[in-house]
Design a protein around this ligand. Structure first.
Ligand code: SF4
Ligand code: SF4
Length: 224
């Protein structure tokens, strides 16, 4: 997370920087609350599981996409992702940022979007607005409860993080948020980030030929 907040500092002259910072703050809060929820109720995915990502192409808002795009271009410094995403076939049904060969699977884990943080990690609401957790259908962890409801949560559910509560906080950051499939959303964000990087002046660096590569504004990655 330190590298990501540093990224916000580097782009501080652009308004998107403060939006990234607010989103990172929310991601930290979600991490804290869902981790506490999972610990309290014994909810856990099997180690190394990433099956949901093999069967899911998430959608992203502009803000989610711009943070992931900035992470790929300026922190991981992987401009090759642009061509990979342009060639992505949505009909494959698998998230284009999923790496089956990596034990961590998600190649953008620190900045993954909201749905990727909430799915399988916290309850949704039942038809009466009460928290209701159901274990993901791919979860083979026999120690994780199949479902949790009012009998488990009791009457005071103010501390239970639900998808609705956390999504409301997310909506406050980006009130009118249309979404696009992840590859389209990222390709759009790359165009905007390229524009921003091109206007960073001294933060852009010269390449080996003495030219400027606006997609790689510093020679040293902040993190891998
Ligand atoms: S962004 Fe990461 S966590 Fe989300 S579906 Fe893709 S690989 Fe999975
Ligand atoms: S949510 Fe389900 S599929 Fe995704 S990692 Fe957890 S158990 Fe696996």
């Amino acid at each position: 997370m330190e590298a990501l907040y540093s990224l916000c500092d580097r782009f501080s002259e652009f308004s998107v920087s403060s939006q990234w910072r607010s989103l990172l703050d929310l991601y930290l809060l979600i991490e804290k609350e869902t981790t506490e929820f999972q610990k309290t109720y014994g909810v856990a995915c099997p180690p190394g599981c990433g099956t949901c990502c093999e069967h899911f192409v998430p959608e992203l808002t502009d803000l989610e996409a711009s943070l992931i795009g900035a992470y790929l271009l300026f922190v991981k410094q992987d401009p090759s992702v642009v061509a990979r995403l342009a060639a992505f076939e949505a009909s494959s049904g698998m998230c284009p940022l999923y790496d089956p060969d990596s034990p961590y699977h998600c190649t953008v884990y620190p900045v993954r979007g909201m749905i990727c943080r909430l799915f399988g990690a916290c309850p949704s609401d039942d038809k009466f607005g009460n928290p209701l957790f159901r274990k993901c259908k791919y979860n083979t962890n026999g120690d994780s409860p199949a479902s949790l409801d009012a009998r488990d949560f009791g009457t005071d559910t103010t501390d239970i993080p639900t998808m609705r509560k956390l999504s409301v906080q997310f909506s406050a950051l980006e009130p009118i948020a249309a979404t696009l499939p992840i590859a389209d959303a990222l390709l759009r964000s790359f165009s905007r980030l390229q524009f921003i990087a091109a206007h960073m002046g001294s933060d852009s660096h010269d390449d080996d030929n003495g030219g400027s590569d606006p997609l790689v504004p510093t020679p040293t990655p902040l993190a891998s």
